[in-house]
Ligand binder design. Structure first.
Ligand code: GN1
Ligand code: MG
Length: 534
């Protein structure tokens, strides 16, 4: 039996979480084999639509790896299927695996068609070994497959959508890496025609797959000498595997609130960092007083919303014809939420943590902007919005210019998932249009001082969050205590929730001053320990 080559390690319990399966790479062989079976099953359930499988552990250390499924339109796996992933990977013997699989074929009403799967991986050393396990699983399930080798996560999402929309009115593009570069480069050139880029941008690629891919992409852009954007790629070493995400990358910058030590950026120089699989983006700069300024996902979101709402107006659309909305989580800085509602006068929706929740809410607007504070996000255009944008008749040359830019933005921005390369081009485009350096961007509003704490307790599951994770329903009485502590601070806000990815409780606090945010964090942490270890 094919699965005998990939036995399940000991009594390990696997769970398909927010980021698929992710752990030490040497525990993953059986998981990846079975994900091959699951991908084939999902394809059969969807009558032969192509399913994507990405092997990556994003910003995790080099010794980790992971695997996740991509649905036909490039979205994350439908959440009702996560339990099947969990069931299959936890079958303890080969016999049990066969029974589980056979039952799932019935339970999911899978069609009797040839499954189709595409897959890719990031640059981790364990990637090619895990691909072999995946292929064995796909072959055992009788699937047709195509190996896209090394891709960024968003590229694999792009390719999956292209394959499934080919020949339809919603055709998304050429299902190749080159097709991706060409689509983005064409849109970027159109949208930035006649605009001047302000100096050089330094892009830290976390020594991950984004490095070689961005280098490749640059070949499709106009040369700097001809006014093209000046991108300097750094941390693009994928030869020494240990350097992946080490002291660099979006997660490092966001978590440590400082530039990578390897950065030799000058003062006021525009910098950004991608994560290991290039689906997150964080901007930053160091000012003339050596102060570090972070421009995180909230800033990407506010800048995108500002630009798009101006563009929609300039192109001559009445606001009700293209409703723009922003989706955030409770971790978004309160000042960003206020800026969007009070200054931009746009609606904001708060959802649970996790990109799939934000993505889902964003589809409810004509133009839905969503970013997690950590830099993962994108802008979604609904089918209605796309129709209106492409059919619109501009009434003046100025409207025509705005409309051309808006149309190009719909092509530039990855519609499947947050994409660091696409997001970066979009942000660069906005800055060029506005003639802004990161300083002007930073000055649009002032972040409230905030702290994020992590508390390990005996049982994190006793913390039950409600209201988009802004309040605790359980343990009884704790929310009243938090409210009481928060009430003592100007602009105070705080919430507690169990992490979905780590065995820990997260505490977020915000207040008018840093010391108050810190004090609030300390006091609430004490209460979390007390309740969590009872
Ligand atoms: C505070 C925070 O950054 N939480 C992260 C983290 O979720 P937790 O459920 O908080 O562990 O990992 C998620 C998956 O990568 C990401 O979507 C989310 O933003
Ligand atoms: Mg990532």
């Amino acid at each position: 039996m094919a699965s005998a080559q990939f036995p399940k390690p000991g009594d390990h319990q696997f769970q398909y979480g927010t980021a698929g399966f992710r752990m030490k790479a040497d525990l993953l062989d059986s998981v990846v084999f079975r994900v091959g079976l699951l991908a084939a099953l999902r394809s059969r359930r969807l009558n032969g639509s192509t399913i994507g499988v990405m092997i990556t552990a994003s910003h995790n250390p080099p010794a980790d790896n992971g695997v996740k499924l991509v649905d036909p339109m490039g979205e994350m796996l439908e959440s009702s299927w996560e339990k099947y992933a969990t069931n299959l990977t936890n079958a303890s013997t080969d016999e049990e695996l066969v029974t589980t699989y056979t039952n799932l074929v019935k339970e999911t009403h899978a069609f009797d068609v040839t499954p189709k799967v595409v897959f890719a991986r990031d640059t981790r050393a364990s990637g090619s070994r895990l691909v072999a396990a995946l292929v064995a699983g796909l072959e055992a399930a009788g699937a047709e497959y195509q190996d896209y080798k090394l891709l960024t996560t968003p590229q694999l999402h792009y390719v999956t959508r292209c394959i499934n929309t080919k020949g339809s009115p919603h055709a998304y593009g050429e299902a190749t890496e080159e097709g991706y570069y060409q689509k983005l480069a064409t849109a970027f050139k159109t949208a930035s025609a006649g605009k001047k880029f302000h100096g050089e941008i330094i892009v830290d690629c976390a020594n991950g797959v984004g490095g070689p891919k961005l280098q490749q992409f640059l070949k499709y852009l106009p040369p700097v000498a001809e006014g093209g954007i000046n991108i300097r790629v750094v941390n693009d070493d994928v030869v020494q595997p240990d350097r992946l995400n080490y002291n660099c990358g979006a997660d490092y910058v966001k978590t440590n609130q400082r530039a990578p030590p390897s950065s030799h950026a000058e003062k006021m120089q525009r910098c950004c960092s991608l994560d290991g699989d290039a689906d997150r983006l964080i901007y930053y700069f160091i000012d003339n007083d050596d102060t570090f300024h972070l421009l995180d996902g909230d800033r990407l979101s506010t800048l995108a919303a500002l630009f798009l709402s101006d563009l929609v107006k300039s192109a001559g659309f009445p606001a009700e014809k293209l409703r723009i909305g922003v989706v955030q989580t409770a971790y978004a800085n309160g000042a960003s939420t206020e800026y969007i509602t009070e200054r931009l006068k746009l609606p904001v929706i708060c959802t649970n943590t996790g990109v799939k929740h934000l993505h889902h809410e964003a589809t409810k607007f004509d133009i839905g902007v969503y970013f997690e504070a950590n830099g993962h996000g994108t802008v979604l255009f609904s089918d209605v919005a796309l129709k209106r944008i492409w059919k619109h008749e501009p009434q003046s040359p100025a409207q025509k210019i705005a409309l051309d830019t808006l149309q190009a933005c719909t092509q530039l921005i990855n519609q499947t998932v947050g994409d660091a390369i696409s997001d970066m081009l979009f942000i660069e485009l906005i800055l060029a249009h506005k003639g802004w350096s990161p300083k002007e961007w930073d000055l649009t509003y002032k972040d409230l001082p905030n702290r994020l704490g992590r508390v390990e307790v005996r049982d994190r599951n006793i913390f039950v969050a409600i209201d988009a994770e802004r309040k605790l329903a359980e343990p009884m009485g704790m929310q009243a205590e938090i409210d009481n502590l928060v009430g003592k601070h100007k602009s105070g806000r705080a919430f507690v929730r169990a992490s979905g990815t780590e065995d820990a409780v997260r505490v977020y606090t915000e207040a008018a001053t840093r010391s108050e945010a810190e004090e609030l964090l300390q006091k609430i942490t004490v209460r979390v320990r007390e309740y969590g270890n009872r």
